[in-house]
Design a binder for this molecule. Sequence first.
Ligand code: NAP
Ligand code: ZN
Length: 352
Amino acid sequence: MYNAKAYSAASATSPLASTTIARRDPAEHDVQIEILFCGICHSDLHSVRNEWSEFMPTNYPIVPGHEIVGRVTKTGSAVTKFTPGDLAAVGCLVDSDRNCPRCKAGLENFCPNLILTFNSPDTHLGGVTYGGYSDTIVVDEHFVLRVPPNLDLSGAAPLLCAGITTYSPMRHWGVTKGKKVGVIGLGGLGHMAVKFAHALGAHVVAFTTSPSKTGDALRLGAHEVVLSRNVDEIKKHTGSFDFILDAVSADHDINTYINLLAFDGTLTLVGAPAKPLGVAALGLIVGRRSVSGSIIGGIPETQEMLDFCGEHNITADVEVIPIQKVNEAYERLLKSDVKYRFSIDMASLKSE
Ligand code: NAP
Ligand code: ZN
């Protein structure tokens, strides 16, 4: 066991502050990583503030962060995928039972015994797992990903959650050339969804509440942008979408968007607002439309997504911040004021 530097929150109302946490020494199959960048996901904020208390209560202190890239510093004796000095990445998962049908299918994200990067039981040290707002992390090599060398590391970090969470449902629901795809909410997830839908060849329409993001949406790859507070503009798209990805973090009316689906169209929720969303039955019945959900992605698909990003030179658009600005960043997230992901430069933790 050794001490690592980290930022943690002591309660749902406490700011994140500098602390020291215990990390395990790398065992046989473990990789120790010096964290270089960690993205800030809205799920970090939901968890720190215990907004998912009914579904997934937060254990304090919490060290969030599941968009991790860094360099391997040590490997256990049985590790085959990595050697010290390699670039490496860790997303939302650090373990699973490896034995259930989901794990065997490479869908570790749906394993009933999955261990999340933070706020899950720590089977090695007791207590709970601690995430990437830290200088190092130790993870079983099965859950460590390879980073294509051509990608900028600050922009690659968000691929580990925002990237895979939007890539996976698009692959599952067959987003491809000739499909019309909507993306609701241009935050960390939404802006990645626009990039992926464009790269996969779809006709992409971005829905945003922020007039200041319309120009960017086109630059990111949208073919059309709709200001979602303008009901008339939205209605022009009634009955036309094959697939809509909803990446909104707050309460909103999804019926407006369900009505935009074509026959057999699907709206997939990846955004996870604390409050349940109301669905009008008639909107679904007419046109045999579906509403579905999706959570991150399995390890093989996460590697596929990273390789796809390497080939297409796709990274997140990031605002790099020192860890000391993390509380300010959370306030800005709540105002939809980030273009389009905060990425923490972990070198800033050295001065704590
Ligand atoms: P984010 O960067 O804060 O983006 C959320 C976006 O939602 C905002 O930028 C804004 O986009 C839009 N929005 C915010 N408030 C709104 C409102 N009241 N009405 C309509 N639109 C609003 O968050 P994120 O990190 O992308 O995460 C988005 C959601 O996905 C969060 O709930 C997060 O917990 C969840 N998540 C789920 C998974 C999963 O596996 N399913 C993984 C990661 C995150 P505009 O300015 O364009 O309107
Ligand atoms: Zn996330």
